[in-house]
Design a protein around this ligand. Structure first.
Ligand code: SAM
Ligand code: SF4
Length: 351
């Protein structure tokens, strides 16, 4: 299949960039893609106000969602093109029935040296040990507050006690690494920063604050709601003492990471909006229904499902990956006046 014929932009008749590859999954700007985020469901047991609508969310029917065999095949092809890191996400990945089986299938692929999951931890108490046994190396757990009332306001569910038990279970399960992710919204998050940092330090977990992005279902994001990473760092310094920047463990990692001067713990900020790191981005995303995306904020998608379901060859799947990488833009452009947010919100794309 001719890569220039793939992708929604091509279907709309727009001019496609010249695809020129210097190696496996290297884009026009020299970025090598080694990291794939896979959403396994658009469903979730929380309704975070920055992600999903409170009521009436329409979910994809099961028949529209990729099967585990389809996902595994896609990953096998991607691994041949240099993908070595996979993160399973959603919606919440733990609400997908049988997800442990998918973990086992992906863990069995020798090229996948790093297999991670992002979860809200509501079901983690039940799953932590089994996820570790099935082959998950690293976990990211989302936690925005330690206050039960505020947790319920943010997530629209009274689940903080279960989440905290899930975090405890994860700490006992022996993962290579566990990080806590907190979403940073101006006017809400300032008072959470110090308690969350103390909690993370006590549990020996790395805490990262993620700037609020224009991917909310309600389309109510405004730039003045973004609590910039540098302000978060200032609040940490004022309350918990000096912090110093550390060299990232992995080149191209989205977080700027700091160590507390007393040696107890690390904290990071993912300043996607105020300090974009697009020049370092080597990530691709596969949505639950099999749409390949080259950026969180992309408005174009490459549909892998017909190839996976209706007799496409591995070569055709590889061409799809190459086409998506070849069309990747230099930057997401949320800071430009021309930015148009994608139709999908975070739970549909997979964060
Ligand atoms: N349900 C899981 C969870 O919450 O960890 C995994 C999926 S969730 C979409 C992944 C991450 O996306 C979460 O850490 C969440 O805070 C983040 N997220 C959701 N909506 C966002 C938004 N509008 N801007 C920035 N991050 C967002
Ligand atoms: Fe669910 Fe995660 Fe979205 Fe919250 S951020 S609604 S937990 S998918």
């Amino acid at each position: 299949m001719d890569p220039s014929r793939l992708g929604d932009a091509a279907h709309r008749g727009e001019e496609q960039p010249v695809v020129s590859f210097r190696g496996p999954l290297v884009d026009r700007f020299g970025r090598t893609h080694t990291d794939l985020r896979i959403s396994v469901t658009d469903r979730c047991n929380l309704r975070c106000l920055y992600c999903m609508a409170a009521e009436g969310v329409e979910f994809r029917p099961h028949s529209a969602i990729l099967s585990f065999e389809e996902i595994e095949r896609f990953v096998r092809v991607a691994a041949r093109l240099g993908i070595g890191k996979v993160r399973i996400t959603g919606g919440d990945p733990l609400v997908r029935r049988g997800v442990l089986h998918l973990v086992e299938m992906l863990a069995a692929l020798p090229e996948i040296r790093d297999l991670a999951m992002t979860t809200n931890a509501v079901l983690l108490e039940e799953y932590a040990h089994r996820l570790k046994a099935a082959g998950i190396h690293r976990l990211n757990i989302s936690l925005d507050t330690l206050d039960r009332k505020r947790f319920e306001q943010i997530t629209r569910r009274d689940e903080l006690p279960r989440v905290l038990r899930g975090i405890e279970a994860a700490c006992r399960a022996g993962f290579r690494q566990i990080k806590l992710n907190a979403l940073a919204i101006r006017g809400r998050t300032e008072k959470e920063i110090v308690p969350l940092a103390r909690f993370a330090r006590d549990y020996g977990l790395e805490l990262r604050f993620i700037e609020f992005m224009p991917l909310d279902a309600a389309r109510q994001w405004r730039s003045d709601q973004v609590l910039p990473g540098h302000e978060i760092l200032e609040i940490l310094r004022e309350n918990l003492g000096p912090i110093e920047a550390v060299v990232p463990d992995v080149p191209g990692a989205p977080a700027s990471v700091y160590r507390f001067a007393d040696g107890r713990g690390r904290v990071g900020v993912i300043a996607t909006v105020t300090e974009p790191f697009c020049d370092q981005c080597g990530r691709l995303r596969l949505t639950a229904e099999g749409k390949l995306r080259n950026c969180l904020f992309a408005t174009d998608e490459w549909d892998a499902r017909p190839l996976l379901r209706d007799g496409g060859t591995d070569d055709e799947i590889a061409q799809l990956l190459l086409a998506a990488v070849g069309a990747k833009k230099k930057a997401h452009g949320t800071d430009t006046g021309e930015f148009a947010a994608p139709e999908q919100s975070m739970h549909q794309i997979g964060g």
